[in-house]
Design a protein around this ligand. Structure first.
Ligand code: ADP
Ligand code: MG
Length: 393
């Protein structure tokens, strides 16, 4: 019922074994990992220069490898993704085109990270990737792959070690090579997270505050709807554009600088859709700051209420929820001991996140399972640490 994932050491030993089978003659010399994340609150606020409050998951991507005296780069993933080949070979030198996006698609994340890596002169290398982050489920397997790969490259040819530069390079990789104009949250938390803490990120100043979240009487439950509505793909860019239009109609650089009063005063001159998108973002930014304060005080009830308000706003104003996510949230909220629940991630499928009392976990899982029209998967999680090197000794 609750899906258990291999821990980082199991993933590491699997990846090492795989590496040994493939490249027996040259043992791996470096290993690194980086986590996926779940966003507790602050949805669609990062690209509006607002606040987000994610935490890193115990699910990670591991990269193992080393320099080779052979030609070029070889990367192999253990992921059973789509119909794509799991091995890719390309060159670091030549005309530069070898790092251009292409097929297999999964390798674009890796190529992007190499392209944006902040130290010249990487050696040729081989690497094996293994991950416990569910792919495409809204828990940011993509950022965990980018950040883990970057952390691996840092051991082959160190950069200046500056962490924010690493975050920005990984975000760039996703923009230029995966074609996803994502905000900064996923890569940021994957680098900076601390165990037992959520991370309040100010996406304008790029400053972050760790907020303790290690109360043993609490559980953070992620429920995967196992639904991914394939829309046209234009929803995310369209919403970004609408937010920009709203900010510029109000004479501001971003919605971060707009108050609800200013929005209400301008309501008449705004298109209704643009007004509703902007209202979600402005209120969600406030909710996120308030939620971090509530967490610091241990006011879980207040935190939970803010989660539900966030969900309702994503459903009604931002219109990125779907029937399945709404069902999961409603079912969770019917269980005694549940503080709050909301969709998390971009929307139109993926996961919900629920904050509840530890004693209510079995009841909650049974109830959600009974009420949900689809087949959910459950992950019981704890706030975990950000990217790090792994010892091969
Ligand atoms: P999410 O980040 O929510 O998991 P995305 O669509 O942003 O979803 O990223 C998923 C994609 O990232 C996969 O389809 C695959 O191309 C790539 N990816 C992530 N992790 C791995 C991995 N371990 N091996 C190969 N590809 C991966
Ligand atoms: Mg992603």
């Amino acid at each position: 019922m609750v899906t258990k994932f291999p821990d980082v050491w199991t993933l590491l030993s699997d990846a090492r074994r795989r590496y040994g089978e493939l490249f027996a003659e040259e043992p791996p010399q470096a290993a690194a990992c980086a986590p996926g994340r779940v966003n507790l609150i602050g949805e669609h606020t990062d690209y509006n220069q607002g606040f987000v409050l994610p935490m890193a998951l115990p699910f990670v991507t591991v990269v193992v490898g080393g320099p080779t005296s052979g030609q070029g780069v070889t990367v192999v993933t253990a992921a059973e993704d789509a119909d794509e080949p799991r091995r890719v070979d390309f060159s670091l030198t030549g005309d530069g085109c070898s790092l251009s996006p292409g097929l297999p698609r999964w390798a674009n994340y890796v190529k992007g990270v190499i392209q944006h890596y902040r130290a010249p002169g990487l050696p040729n290398f081989r690497a094996v990737v293994a991950s416990s982050v569910p792919l495409g489920g809204g828990l940011s397997s993509s950022a965990s792959l980018e950040v883990a790969f970057y952390t691996f490259l840092q051991q082959l040819k160190p950069d200046n070690g500056e962490k924010l530069g690493k975050v920005l390079a990984c975000q760039q990789a996703e923009h230029t090579h995966a074609g996803v104009p994502c905000g900064i949250m996923d890569q940021f938390v994957s680098v900076f997270a601390r165990e037992g803490h959520a991370l309040l990120i100010d996406c304008r100043s790029l400053e972050a505050t760790s907020v303790p979240l290690a109360d043993p009487s609490l559980v953070i439950l992620i429920t995967n709807s196992n639904i991914k509505h394939s829309l046209t793909g234009s929803e995310y860019p369209t919403r970004r554009r609408h937010c920009e239009q709203a900010a510029s109609a109000l004479g501001k650089d971003s919605l971060r600088d707009v108050t609800i009063k200013e929005l209400e005063e301008a309501k008449e001159k705004l298109d209704d859709v643009i007004y509703r998108r902007a209202r979600h973002v402005i209120e969600e930014i406030q909710r996120t700051v308030q939620a971090a304060e509530a967490l610091k005080k241990g006011s879980y009830k207040e935190f939970g209420q803010l989660m539900v308000e966030s969900h309702n706003s994503l459903r009604d104003l931002y219109e990125v929820s779907c029937k399945e996510l709404d069902e999961l949230v409603s079912a969770a909220m019917e269980v005694e001991g549940v503080f709050g629940s909301r969709m998390t991630g971009g929307g139109f499928g993926g996961c919900t996140v629920t904050l509840l009392q530890a004693h209510a976990i079995d009841k909650a899982i049974l109830h959600i399972q009974e009420k949900y029209s689809g087949t959910p998967t459950f992950y019981v999680t704890t706030p975990s640490e950000g990217s790090r090197t792994l010892s091969l000794i």
